[in-house]
Write a protein that binds this ligand. Structure first.
Ligand code: AMP
Length: 134
């Protein structure tokens, strides 16, 4: 059975898309640590552990994540884009990209950011625009 993230990448479940290519997809986290918190996934590989990916998919995922992080930083004011791989909740490999003002912002025990649907749509559109201009 397809994972929830595969269904998101296929458009069966809605998401705030921020970037996409033939093999990878990026979208806003539904429960973000900060505005613009993004998840990056492989579209065609559902393995739930990033270090199980074949080398080509692994390298491609990180190359795609780098481009998304550049677009994210251009669209959402922050000091850095932090990177984290957890996978404790959703069994489909994904990279978290989190806009940071300080190192304290990359703590999954923190309260989550409250973002309206309108704001998420606006943020996603501005990241996508930056991504398409890279
Ligand atoms: P983890 O598997 O521990 O890396 O956490 C999974 C992440 O996916 C969490 O930050 C969730 O908020 C996020 N998440 C779960 N379902 C969705 C969804 N439908 N759309 C966007 N993000 C989601």
């Amino acid at each position: 059975m397809a994972t929830i993230f595969t269904r998101i990448a296929n458009g069966e479940i809605p998401s705030y898309k921020v970037a996409e290519d033939a093999d990878f997809y990026a979208f806003l986290d539904i429960n973000p640590l900060a505005k613009g918190h993004t998840l990056v996934i492989p579209k065609h590989v559902e393995d739930d552990y990033i270090f199980h990916l074949d080398e080509q998919t692994y390298a491609g995922l990180w190359a795609f994540a780098r481009k998304v992080a550049v677009a994210l930083k251009a669209a959402v004011p922050c000091q850095r884009v932090g990177v984290c791989v957890l996978g404790m909740e959703v069994p489909h490999t994904h990279i978290h990209l989190v806009p940071l003002q300080s190192e304290k912002d990359l703590n999954f025990a923190n309260p989550r950011a409250v973002v309206t649907p309108e704001e998420n749509a606006r943020i996603a559109a501005s990241i996508l625009k930056e991504y398409e201009n890279l």
